[in-house]
Design a protein around this ligand. Structure first.
Ligand SMILES: [Fe+2]
Length: 239
């Protein structure tokens, strides 16, 4: 799915990476080799009220024809176990501030609200563990480098809370949440390349972000079905 938007060189690179990942994740001695996606704080701005529309297209609200402000980004990826198995029927949630820095949260007062931006979306992974969102490239707001909040849930259980950062963004190294992640390998687990889609008239971007969970397929069998987990709102106060 994601490869549709990538220039040929990236496509070949990612195909090679997938082949390598398949080899490493063959059940047996080399299982559990994928780096788990680092957890981060949920932040204080998980929506305290949901938008009218919660689908995976954040740049159009319901039947509006006016898109939100911001650079359109096609965000794709897979949810996988540490052994590389796809996690299907998992609810992936994302939320982020609009182009002016405003979140869908009553306590948020950064910038004037872009009423055309959905601010939050959810997507149920398919049999290959894939998810897809159309959203905007994240922008900075006071005290934070650009990021997209992301959470993975299965049958009402929150399995992971994290944030997606822009690979190579200069403000990352000054960002408290990013710095807290620790070593470079873990930091790599939360960055994505935002790549220009060739010949896109609207300068759209593609970003691919695989999510590696710290649970096994057997543990997941105990949490069949799907549903949204409880937010971890009380855990922290940093956006
Ligand atoms: Fe945030």
């Amino acid at each position: 799915m994601s490869n549709l938007y990538l220039p040929r060189r990236q496509f070949l690179t990612s195909t090679a990476a997938l082949a390598a990942a398949a080899w490493w994740t063959t059940p047996g001695a080399f299982a559990e080799e994928l780096t788990r996606t680092a957890r981060t704080t949920e932040g204080p701005f998980y929506p305290d009220h949901l938008p009218l529309d919660t689908d995976n297209d954040l740049i159009l609200l319901n039947d509006n024809i006016t898109p939100s402000l911001g650079q359109i980004t096609h965000l794709t990826g897979k949810v996988l176990t540490a052994a590389g198995e796809p996690v299907r029927n998992a609810y992936v949630e994302i939320w982020q501030c609009d182009h002016n820095g405003h979140y869908i949260h009553t306590a948020n007062n950064f910038g004037e609200e872009d009423k055309n931006f959905q601010g939050y979306g959810r997507f149920l992974t398919n049999a290959k563990g894939e998810y897809y969102f159309r959203t905007i490239k994240p922008v900075p707001y006071p005290g934070r480098t650009p990021h997209i909040h992301i959470a993975v849930n299965k049958n009402g259980k929150r399995l992971l809370t994290s944030q997606i950062f822009i690979n190579g963004e200069k403000q990352n190294d000054k960002d408290g949440v990013y710095r807290q992640i620790g070593d470079e390998t873990l930091k790599k687990s939360v960055v994505a390349d935002f790549i220009a889609i060739p010949d896109s008239r609207l300068n759209e971007l593609a970003a691919n972000f695989d999510i590696i969970l710290g649970v096994t397929a057997i543990e997941l069998e105990g949490i069949e079905g799907h549903g949204l987990g409880k937010p971890e709102r009380l855990m922290n106060r940093r956006g």
